[in-house]
Ligand binder design. Structure first.
Ligand code: NAP
Length: 309
């Protein structure tokens, strides 16, 4: 497995983890798939209170060194609900602290400052180790970071695959520059890539797979994780699929091959629309937020120094 630093936390995470959306809470097959992923080095396991499968994930990771990511849903973004949701997730997962706790998507009604203060409270209480977001635009990340006093947003979990590449239009560069980990969700386009749904992209994946003695699925995942600061969380419910996915790490497409995939037309994701234009105008806003964090950091010298991607 290949590893990278989670955000600027000094924490090492694998370039590939396993997603669990739509895995039923009572599936023995899924428990076995998650255990296969962990033993293959895909030790990051992604779930959410919304997936209603945290007990199953808890059974699968029991006694292992898994890095657990779970998410609080927006209807729980008021401070007292965040605390309750976290306690409930910890109980269902059977763990004492969540490695990375994400806001599942932005709320239009609950102020981000209230939610982020509550998230920091969870870190202080030792119930959460790192804080992140999901489906946030650049502007929303800026607001979320500005609401944090001591912690940093370690990751943004967003849709990214060889079929849906809209984060390449600004979000990816922003996260790379600010060292916020991009967690690529639906990296197999929800099963469309294994089913060769888009002929033009598929022709390229097939040809590169042949050249590298890999499969098109492995090429598609390798394309994502070959980007600096990006890891991916494919969902796979069978041992065979997990093992194939794990084989996407440990080798690299050439820069020319990366460009070839990168030049194929990708779908626009609505989340990123507007944010890129906004980013071009407002880069200085992030810098001033980060300056404030640096000042707080200097006052707290016990923070770990950043490692390498
Ligand atoms: N934050 C968010 O809002 C958000 C949104 C969506 C997803 N996610 C996270 O991202 C994870 C992954 O995304 P996703 O579940 O949408 O879709 P995905 O990982 O893009 O695709 C999953 C599909 O691909 C199939 N598959 C996996 N490996 C395969 C292989 N080697 N050969 C053939 N088929 C293979 C799976 O089949 P089997 O299941 O039969 O193995 C499943 O049907 C989710 O599970 C969830 O944890 C987060």
């Amino acid at each position: 497995m290949e590893y990278m630093e989670l955000g600027r936390t000094g924490e090492r995470i694998p370039k590939l983890g396993i997603g669990t959306w739509k895995m039923p809470n009572d599936s023995k097959e899924c428990i076995s798939a998650i255990r296969t992923a962990i033993s293959s080095g895909m030790t990051l396991v992604d779930t959410a209170e919304m997936y209603a499968n945290e007990e199953m994930v808890g059974s699968a990771i029991h006694g292992s060194e898994a890095f657990v990511v779970t998410k609080v849903s927006p209807h729980h973004f008021h401070a007292h609900d965040v605390a309750k949701a976290c306690d409930a997730s910890l109980k269902r997962l059977g763990i004492k602290s969540i490695d990375l706790y994400l806001l599942h998507w932005p709320s239009a009604s609950i102020p981000i400052s209230e939610t982020m203060r509550a998230m920091e409270g969870l870190v202080r209480a030792g119930k959460v180790r790192h804080i992140g977001v999901s489906n946030f635009s650049v502007e929303e990340m800026l607001e979320a970071q500005a609401a944090l006093k001591r912690e940093e947003i370690a990751a943004n979990q967003v849709e990214y695959s060889a079929y849906v590449r809209s984060i390449e239009k600004g979000m990816l560069e922003f996260c790379q520059r600010e060292r916020i980990t991009v967690m690529a969700y639906s990296p197999l386009a929800r099963g469309s890539i294994p089913n060769a749904a888009k002929r033009r992209v598929q022709e390229v994946l097939d040809r590169l797979a042949l050249a590298h003695k890999k499969t098109p699925v492995q090429v598609a995942l390798n394309y994502l994780i070959s980007h600096k600061g990006v890891m991916a969380i494919p969902k796979a419910a069978s041992r065979a699929h997990v093992l194939e996915d794990a084989g996407a790490a440990g080798w690299h497409l050439s820069p020319k091959e990366m460009l070839e995939i990168g030049s194929l037309g990708g779908q626009q994701s609505p989340m990123v629309h507007g944010a890129v234009k906004w980013l071009a105008k407002n880069m200085s806003a992030w810098s001033s937020v980060m300056e404030k964090i640096e000042k707080v950091r200097h006052a707290a010298p016990n923070r770990r120094s950043p490692g390498k991607d």
